[in-house]
Design a protein around this ligand. Structure first.
Ligand code: BES
Ligand code: MN
Ligand code: ZN
Length: 495
């Protein structure tokens, strides 16, 4: 969907959207439309018990006295308090409501509105929300009925001036979110380690430096933990690093983002039950978020040095798969007893994180992973779980979570949890008890963080995929993490 910023509504018939607040507080455009329709709009809003809260909606087809095909009122809440998130919600409501209704074009008239941010900024966030909510993944639906297909192709934002540089930035971020959603939505016969890497090759065009390690190179580096997971699959693993340095200083210490990229997780020999196993195509959601965030940062030319590293493997049961009880040696020399082959994400992350620290000497490492079902039991689908060895870093991430809407809830770590993963025959085992399963998973990763490195682990298993639509996404891939990481960098690491 394309956005056009214009001074006046074009007279060619199309959908007209106006904003109305609580107590039927009419913006100038709403009052004008109401007058032109002979009071039809107000009567409709009253009949519909329209409350004007952000995201509420009421529409009239073929309104009297107007050339518009339909007249739509979108609730704005109290406009003087409407920050960016509210404007995104308003835009998202417009695209969700009009996307498949048969309209090809809509104008939203903001003329004369005063709000909590400059009107051009509000308009840019409205357009951003509309773009995010318009995402669909229909590429494999060949028999979809015409009336189910999206029709809305253009949104005109009227009376707010040119949204300019901010709009361009937000467009870059939306493109990053789209990349993540596409990666997450694709099935595992399409996105597997090699094809994931291939799909990222165009990032070079945005100025991102790409490095790929193949199986032989990982073998030479001693990545026995990651390779142990990969050995049950006919699809060879890959490690992909994406480096963006927008500081102009080649010596700037980078922030490293690491993503779990299990392109399919059957559980391996500790096989998962069949019901719902198809969800495990999105067990690369951490890698997807990191890749989309790198796209967003480069697209908006962030003045920061950031490296995204994704560990890509497929976890399959096979004659050559690793067995429960196997002992593998990770790149940093620690031996790991693999109690459960379904606790594979931490095995992938530990080698990816170690390699990233050796390679890039970061000050900060943030990993993202669909690591445990237990985090969904703890937090549901409202917050990602945040584990950190540094309070300042945790606070930065939580704040970025609030500004971006990709929220995080801090979870505990500590020595008592760490003991739970001591192994009787190796340095560490890959699972603790069922209780506190997300925490012992975090403790496992923590054993691979170098002293002095600030580290946070985001368990996003509950956030990557939605079974119902949310404010800024339809059901399916949410794109969680991209906006979070983008704000985290913008608020803390840009010059
Ligand atoms: N990928 C799963 C975690 C997961 C579960 C993500 C549900 C999204 C939705 C992970 O690899 C896994 O299997 N974890 C196990 C760990 C257990 C064996 C200690 C789990 O959560 O059951
Ligand atoms: Mn698993
Ligand atoms: Zn997994």
């Amino acid at each position: 969907m394309q956005t056009v910023f214009a001074a006046q509504v074009d007279s060619t018939p199309h959908a007209l959207v106006v904003l109305v607040g609580p107590d039927l507080a009419m913006t100038a455009a709403a009052a004008a439309a109401d007058a032109a329709s002979g009071g039809q709009l107000r009567r409709a809003l009253e009949s519909a018990r329209f409350d004007g809260s952000a995201g509420s909606w009421c529409e009239l087809l073929a309104p009297h006295g107007l050339s518009a095909t339909r007249l739509c009122a979108v609730g704005s809440g109290a406009l003087d308090k409407a920050e960016a998130a509210v404007w995104e919600r308003i835009g998202a409501t417009i695209s969700a409501r009009l996307l498949v209704g048969g309209e090809t074009r809509a104008s939203v008239d903001l003329t004369g509105i005063e709000t909590a941010l400059p009107l051009a900024g509000a308009a840019a966030h409205l357009a951003h929300g509309a773009a995010l909510r318009a995402y669909r993944f229909d590429k494999y639906r060949t028999t979809m009925k015409d009336k189910d297909k999206p029709t809305l192709a253009q949104l005109d934002v009227i009376g707010a001036g040119a949204a300019g540089a901010l709009h361009a930035e937000l467009t870059g971020i939306a493109a990053g979110v789209k990349r993540t959603r596409d990666l997450v939505s694709e099935p595992a016969n399409i996105i597997y380690p090699e094809s994931f890497v291939a799909s990222a090759s165009d990032l070079a065009g945005l100025g991102i430096e790409l490095t790929v390690l193949d199986e032989a190179q990982m073998q030479a580096l001693g990545m026995g933990a990651l390779l142990g997971v990969a050995q049950g699959s006919v699809r060879p693993p890959r490690l992909l690093a994406m480096r963006w340095n927008g500081t102009g200083n080649p010596d700037a210490k980078p922030v490293v983002l690491v993503g779990k990229g299990v392109t399919f997780d059957t559980g391996g020999i500790s096989l998962k039950p069949p019901a719902g196993m198809e969800d495990m195509k999105w067990d690369m959601g951490g890698a997807g978020a990191v890749t989309g965030a790198m796209h967003a940062l480069a697209a908006r030319k962030a003045k920061a040095h950031v490296v995204g590293v994704v560990g890509l493997v497929e976890n399959m049961p096979d004659g050559n798969a690793q067995r429960p009880g196997d002992v593998v040696t990770s790149m940093n020399g620690q031996t790991i007893e693999v109690i459960n082959t379904d606790a594979e994400g931490r095995l992938v992350l530990c080698d990816a994180i170690w390699w990233a620290q050796e390679q890039f000497d970061p000050e900060v490492v943030v990993d993202l992973a669909t690591l445990t079902g237990a985090i969904i039991i703890s937090l549901g689908h409202e917050y990602g779980g945040l584990f950190a060895n540094d309070d300042g870093l945790a606070a930065q991430l939580q704040k970025a979570g609030e500004t971006s809407g990709d929220r995080l809830w801090r979870m505990p770590i500590g020595d008592a949890y760490d003991k739970l993963i001591d192994s009787p025959i190796a340095d560490i085992k890959n699972v603790g008890p069922r209780e506190g399963g997300s925490i012992s998973a975090a403790q496992f990763i923590k054993r691979f963080v170098k002293p002095g490195v600030k580290w946070a682990h985001l368990d996003i298993a509950g956030m990557v995929w939605a079974s119902k639509a949310g404010p800024l996404w339809d059901k399916g891939a949410t794109g969680y993490g991209v906006r979070l990481l983008d704000r985290f960098i913008a608020e803390n690491y840009e010059l």
